[in-house]
Design a protein around this ligand. Structure first.
Ligand SMILES: *[C@@H]1O[C@H](CO)[C@@H](O)[C@H](O)[C@H]1NC(C)=O
Ligand SMILES: *[C@@H]1O[C@H](CO)[C@@H](O)[C@H](O)[C@H]1NC(C)=O
Ligand SMILES: *[C@@H]1O[C@H](CO)[C@@H](O)[C@H](O)[C@H]1NC(C)=O
Ligand SMILES: *[C@@H]1O[C@H](CO)[C@@H](O)[C@H](O)[C@H]1NC(C)=O
Ligand SMILES: *[C@@H]1O[C@H](CO)[C@@H](O)[C@H](O)[C@H]1NC(C)=O
Length: 480
């Protein structure tokens, strides 16, 4: 009986004969296609039975998970017909291997993280906590109660284990890092940028998405959503001219906003402590959890999501720009003017970044793209020279502040409210708490210190209403 569900899916799997596991690209597109093949196979698996089978295939059927979601070996009770074939075992092996590779999360000695996929918005997501959140939501909706264990399974467990590990071994990181794909057009290998914690960025992204989608499903009165439809609407949406200002609420670039609304930091801290309660945590460990959750809030909720250089395809700098001495006092606002159109997708924004870097390095003769950070209209910021390296953005002022450019021409129109908020609220808060920007910082338009029309009349008039906007006189006072 144990192979019933898995065996049935394997049957469908083999019949549709999709590409072999070896050719499988690690992106949501390929994962969703694989899911659709099972959904369309005529097996009539319910969405819940499907995610349970995936959990089983990925070997995520430990006691803690079972406490909330039940054991998958009782699944003959889900009312699925029993496969009438003696080859079920062989098919299940192929199925198990495929989804085990896709979902099972671990980091190799070479710092390759497995069980993660690249999403169209340029972030990388671990599938295991995503699917467990969805499973908790589907189960709750079916049974008509609140999703049990939703936040433990998606994020609190990951954070608890990571904080505990970091507490025990003082050299271990407690959060992150992000990583780089071998090729974003055909992603196969995801390599972490630094030594891994037990809470990599991908586990945290997947955990937040799982919690958001699980809570959404359990609230819904409608029929159980198909897994492929759910993932498509969340990851494969198309933004119109209004960008995220006019997007549905449940799309992946709004992950941080949605998660913050769903789980206040104090509640998250309480859940991490509850997860650790069995281990009888000392006062020191409790204090470490508090600091850990604060660090989580800063890095994953307060700070804007920033696409690292490797993901947009940056060339290496031609020489190393001088090092800044943060905290700096200024944020200089620019528009790129060229490209003149706002970018609405990771692909387009990345192309714009590469074009600007090429122009700055080859035409201007600079070491690197000039800006410290660049803002897309896709919900993301893009790493230019970053927090530590002096930019080439605001002549004679580059050592005093960070140059932040909005992609587009904002002479006559404004960037989306969402992308302005990434700079005005997220980047500024992140920089101040992270001690890159002074708490009394000043925001200026490029034109206030250099003879230029940048950042465009419309954008300039907008930033002159921001609370940290400062005029030229006060900047002179601070600089001298
Ligand atoms: C942390 O250390 C305690 C004892 O100090 C030990 O019982 C526990 O297993 C350790 N946990 C981890 C995750 O290393
Ligand atoms: C990345 O993958 C695409 C699509 O398969 C391919 O055309 C391209 O050459 C690859 N790029 C590199 C640098 O390997
Ligand atoms: C930017 O927009 C303004 C106003 O619409 C226009 O006059 C200007 O030519 C544009 N600049 C570029 C480089 O397209
Ligand atoms: C802003 O704060 C810094 C210390 O963080 C201080 O040195 C500086 O004088 C302050 N500037 C203004 C204009 O208040
Ligand atoms: C500023 O630039 C404009 C156009 O390039 C030029 O006509 C003007 O003389 C400049 N003003 C100063 C003060 O340099």
């Amino acid at each position: 009986m144990k192979t019933t569900v898995v065996g049935l899916i394997a049957l469908a799997w083999t019949c549709v004969n999709i590409q072999s596991a070896a050719a499988y690209q690690r992106d949501t597109d390929h994962f969703i296609q694989a899911i659709q093949k099972i959904e369309n196979s005529g097996l009539e698996l319910s969405p819940l039975a499907l995610v349970r089978s995936l959990r089983r295939a990925a070997g995520h059927d430990d006691a803690f998970t079972q406490r909330f979601l039940g054991a998958t070996h009782n699944d003959s009770e889900t009312g699925i017909l029993i496969a009438n074939s003696k080859n079920v075992e062989a098919w299940s092996l192929e199925f198990l291997s495929f989804f085990d590779k896709a979902i099972h999360n671990f980091v190799t000695d070479a710092r390759e993280e497995r069980g993660v996929v690249l999403t169209p918005d340029g972030t990388t997501v671990a599938l295991a906590p995503l699917l467990q959140g969805i499973e908790a939501g589907l189960k709750a909706q079916l049974e008509g109660h609140h999703p049990e264990g939703l936040h433990f399974l998606t994020l609190a467990r990951t954070l608890g284990l990571s904080f505990l590990h970091a507490f025990n071994s003082s050299s271990a990181e407690r959060l992150g890092p992000d990583g780089c794909w071998d090729n974003v057009s055909a992603p196969m290998v995801f390599t972490l940028l630094d030594p891994p914690s037990l809470a990599t960025d991908a586990l945290i992204n997947g955990g937040m998405d799982g919690a958001i989608l699980g809570a959404h499903i359990s609230d819904g009165a409608q029929a159980q959503p198909k897994l492929s439809e759910l993932l498509k609407s969340y990851y494969h949406f198309q933004l119109g001219e209004g960008g995220l200002d006019e997007a549905p609420r449940l799309v992946s670039p709004l992950r941080r906003e949605n998660y913050r609304k769903l789980v206040p930091p104090s509640v998250l801290e309480g859940m991490v402590l509850e997860f650790l309660a069995d281990r009888d945590p000392s006062a020191e460990l409790k204090a470490a959890v508090k600091v850990g959750v604060q660090d989580f809030v800063l890095r994953y909720l307060d700070c804007p999501p920033i696409i690292p250089r490797c993901l947009w395809g940056a060339k290496i700098p031609k020489g190393i720009p001088s090092r800044l001495s943060p905290p700096l006092h200024f944020i200089y606002v620019h528009h790129t003017e060229v490209p003149s159109r706002p970018c609405l997708t990771f692909k387009q924004c990345s192309r714009d970044m590469r074009a600007m870097q090429r122009f700055h390095q080859e035409e201007r003769g600079w070491k690197d793209i000039g800006y410290s950070f660049v803002v897309g209209s896709d919900g993301y910021m893009y790493e230019g020279r970053g927090w530590w390296r002096q930019g080439s953005h605001t002549r004679n002022h580059n050592s005093f502040g960070y140059g932040v450019a909005f992609i587009g021409n904002y002479s006559a129109s404004l960037p989306t409210r969402h992308s302005m908020s990434l700079v005005r609220h997220r980047l500024a808060t992140c920089g101040v708490i992270g001690q890159f920007i002074q708490a009394n910082y000043t925001v200026q338009g490029h034109r206030q210190v250099v003879n230029t029309t940048c950042p465009g009349d419309a954008l300039y008039s907008e930033i002159s209403t921001w609370e940290h906007y400062g005029d030229t006189e006060s900047s002179k006072a601070t600089n001298s």
